[in-house]
Design a protein around this ligand. Structure first.
Ligand SMILES: CC(C)(COP(=O)(O)OP(=O)(O)OC[C@H]1O[C@@H](n2cnc3c(N)ncnc32)[C@H](O)[C@@H]1OP(=O)(O)O)[C@@H](O)C(=O)NCCC(=O)NCCS
Length: 343
């Protein structure tokens, strides 16, 4: 990692000095993880209370736990952006109280430094005063000083106010992605479409073979384009069917599994199940574009049958694609995020 990209907080402090040249008790400053974490957790919890999911709740619990561990926080604070826990970014302080937050997460993608902006939150009593705009502008300045190749963020599709803010600052929409969840606690009765799909002559579900890998790679690129992969836990090197990849999987205990949908020896699609320690295990769906709906329905229904009494399942998929098939297989739409970027 380049030193210029991962230095400590010095340039943030310099930026703060320029931002608060007329320093008052209401001002923007870099996050000081050692003292701010609890207040940031409170603010994020309040501002995202209506949309927070189990992984978000766990993230907030971890923040609070870390905040109580003083030696750990001293260590984290000394690491700056290299900290394992995302603790860099900016806050807006009013009389010692944090009322605005923006987290900046550095990511290295194919040796290119990127930043992800997250947790942009302003206390309801302080909204529409330009605080989020100033926080985002400070983050952009900081990332540009570090010569980031791109700055990314995501916003829920229905959050038009935040979307408008980011557009006005130059962010350009790059993708819309839907997260789908399946949980045995929310089993949907079969709908008319699922009954119809079940009545078709469907492809057979089989194990993956070595010869399927090149099509799988091509279709994975279509569903999970390289530009967006850095934020996903998709690891195509773990999916490779070769001997060394299986040895590698054995050593790191990666228990991933694949199933194929085949119709008269023609491959229609492949699904990969990948266990996680998060709320849900992940599914990666790679299907032939001509048979997307039926292949998606067949593979997802198979996975649901197989795993329905285990952990919840999640699928990240391009918004608007195969939605009926995914729902008919028993999945529920969790959220659609708009991914935006500035080069
Ligand atoms: C979204 C949020 C961070 C905006 O904070 P804020 O400090 O009020 O935003 P700003 O005052 O800087 O607004 C800048 C621009 O964004 C747009 N905007 C912000 N909130 C808006 C709203 N509720 N409705 C419409 N436009 C809005 C406007 O274009 C605004 O410019 P204007 O006031 O000159 O019209 C705040 O509403 C919030 O914390 N919401 C809950 C958490 C959240 O959704 N975070 C965003 C995650 S991506």
């Amino acid at each position: 990692m380049g030193v210029s990209f991962l230095e400590d907080f010095n340039s943030m402090v310099a930026l703060q000095q320029s931002l608060t040249a007329t320093s008052t008790n209401k001002h923007l400053r870099p996050i000081d993880a050692r003292r701010d974490l609890n207040q940031i957790a409170d603010l994020i919890e309040m501002c995202f209370s209506s949309t927070i999911d189990p992984d978000g709740e766990s993230y907030i619990r971890q923040m609070r736990k870390a905040a109580k561990n003083t030696p750990y926080m001293q260590w984290i604070g000394s690491l700056g952006e290299q900290a394992p826990f995302p603790t860099s970014g900016f806050v807006w302080e009013d009389e010692g109280r944090i009322i605005g937050n923006l987290t900046l997460i550095p990511v290295l993608h194919h040796t290119h430094p990127l930043y992800l902006i997250a947790n942009v939150a302003v206390h309801p009593d302080y909204r529409r005063r330009g605080i989020a705009r100033q926080l985002t502008q400070a983050a952009l300045t900081h990332a540009r000083q570090r010569k980031a190749h791109a700055i990314w963020l995501h916003v829920r599709e229905e959050n038009l106010g935040a979307y408008q803010l980011y557009r006005s600052l130059g962010f350009v929409e790059r993708a819309r992605r839907t997260t789908w969840y399946y949980s045995k606690d929310i089993i949907k009765p079969a709908d008319e479409l699922s009954n119809r799909l079940r009545s078709f002559t469907r492809p057979a579900v089989t194990w993956r073979e070595h010869r399927d890998w090149s099509a799988q790679q091509k279709w994975l690129e279509n569903t999970y384009p390289s530009e967006l992969r850095w934020h996903l836990t998709l690891r195509t090197n773990l999916m490779n069917p070769g001997f060394f990849a299986s040895l590698y999987r054995f050593f790191i205990d990666a228990r991933i599994q694949h199933w194929c949908a085949r119709f008269r020896d023609q491959l229609w699609g492949i699904i990969t199940w990948q266990p996680t320690t998060n709320y849900a295990d992940h599914l990666w769906l790679a299907v032939h574009p001509d048979n997307e709906e039926i292949a998606a329905f067949t593979l997802l229904s198979h996975i649901v049958e197989r795993y329905k009494y285990r952990r919840p399942l999640s699928l990240d998929y391009p918004a608007g694609r195969a939605s009926n098939a995914i729902q008919s297989a028993g999945f529920q739409l969790h959220q659609t995020l708009v991914w935006m970027k500035i080069e």
